[in-house]
Design a protein around this ligand. Structure first.
Ligand code: SAM
Ligand code: DTB
Ligand code: SF4
Length: 322
């Protein structure tokens, strides 16, 4: 099967609604054509600026609008970040992703400091990724010049459901930043969250939007909502593994070459559930005991999982097989 950007909504819906075992089989078959199914990319996240964000994303612990108990912290020093990156490298990560609780990047000394962090992490031979909110085209170019490999900017949900989750920005703003990232020649990391009260139609629409972008994102994170006390979504029910599997498999089938990241939500997933996600085509995880503000499985648990499932960490800067 060739790479397609002209999926119709109905085609995506048909895949998403296939009988589960058939869906997993199709996804694994396609996964094997494009990727090494034993290989899983290991990424590490670091929150470089925490809390105090002016946006009102209903799922987020870092918005100023909600009382979540997250400790606000100004932008970290470059040296502190480089030490963390070195630790991540020693622990076997090949991608280091720095997240800031910003609505958008501003052209100030903080941005200059982030550029220094990007240079330093890139010099270590790690794939550097940032997620800093909205970017202009010149900011994207500056990040590229500093050595940024990838930029994470999630669509989060469908365009139709967006307004019930976030009121302080528009879907188009997200798409516009993604265009700026693409134009600057930076690898695009873009996915979403399930468990926000969306319908299956919303999930299908989000995948359809991603799979019909002019070029597919190189990586697609699939997050299960981590319900945060104090946010409007604090009482949302945990999503079932089968919902994660449907999402992952549909993303894998429609965007065969993408790294599909089993992102937030792994802490509550037993190894057997994670194994089914890998079978459905997931081939990337965040490792380390913390995501941005919430806990993640312990290093040793992930190590044991890799040994049990005989998975290999993927090398950095690896080009696509095809
Ligand atoms: N402020 C920047 C932005 O929103 O683009 C970057 C950081 S933001 C925390 C990065 C992504 O983390 C969000 O787009 C969302 O998809 C994910 N995320 C945040 N809180 C989450 C939660 N409680 N559960 C699952 N995913 C979450
Ligand atoms: C993504 O899609 N998931 C990561 C990363 N990109 C930045 C963030 C998950 C955050 C989970 C909630 C928290 O730890 O605050
Ligand atoms: Fe701010 Fe990002 Fe959290 Fe939204 S998801 S409140 S933009 S840190």
């Amino acid at each position: 099967m060739s790479i397609r950007n002209n999926w119709t909504h109905a085609e995506v819906a048909k895949i998403y609604n296939s009988p589960l075992l058939e869906l997993i089989y199709q996804a694994q078959t396609i996964h094997r054509q494009y990727n090494n199914p034993q290989e899983v990319q290991v990424c590490t996240l670091l929150s470089i600026k925490t809390g105090g964000c002016s946006e009102d994303c209903a799922y987020c612990s870092q918005s100023v609008k909600y009382q979540t108990g997250v400790q606000v912290h100004k932008l970290l020093d470059v040296q502190e970040v480089l030490t963390k990156a070195q630790e991540a490298k020693h622990a076997g990560s090949t991608r280091f992703c720095m997240g800031a609780a910003w609505r958008e990047v501003r052209d100030n000394r903080d941005f200059d400091r982030v550029l220094d962090m990007v240079k330093g992490v890139n010099d270590m031979g790690l794939e550097v990724c940032c997620t800093l909110g909205m970017l202009t085209d010149t900011q994207a170019e500056k990040l590229k010049e500093a050595g940024l490999y990838a930029y994470n900017h999630n669509l989060d949900t469908s365009e139709a459901h967006y307004d019930s989750v976030i009121s302080t920005r528009k879907y188009e703003d997200r798409l516009h930043t993604l265009e700026n990232v693409r134009k600057a020649g930076i690898s695009v990391c873009c996915g979403g969250i399930i468990g926000l009260g969306e319908t299956d139609q919303d999930r299908i629409s989000m995948i359809h939007t991603l799979a019909t972008l002019p070029a597919h994102p190189e990586s697609v994170p699939v997050n299960a909502l981590v319900a945060i006390e104090g946010t409007p979504l604090e009482n949302q029910k945990r999503v079932s593994v089968w919902d994660m599997v449907r999402m992952i498999a549909t993303v894998r089938i429609t965007m065969p070459q993408a790294m599909v990241r089993l992102s937030a939500g792994r802490l509550e997933m037993p190894t057997v559930e994670q194994a089914i996600c890998f079978l459905a085509g997931a081939n990337s995880i965040f490792a380390g005991d913390k995501l941005l503000t919430t806990p993640n499985p312990a290093f040793n648990d992930d190590k044991a999982m890799f040994e049990l499932l005989e998975l290999q960490p993927r090398e950095s800067f690896k080009e696509y097989v095809n």
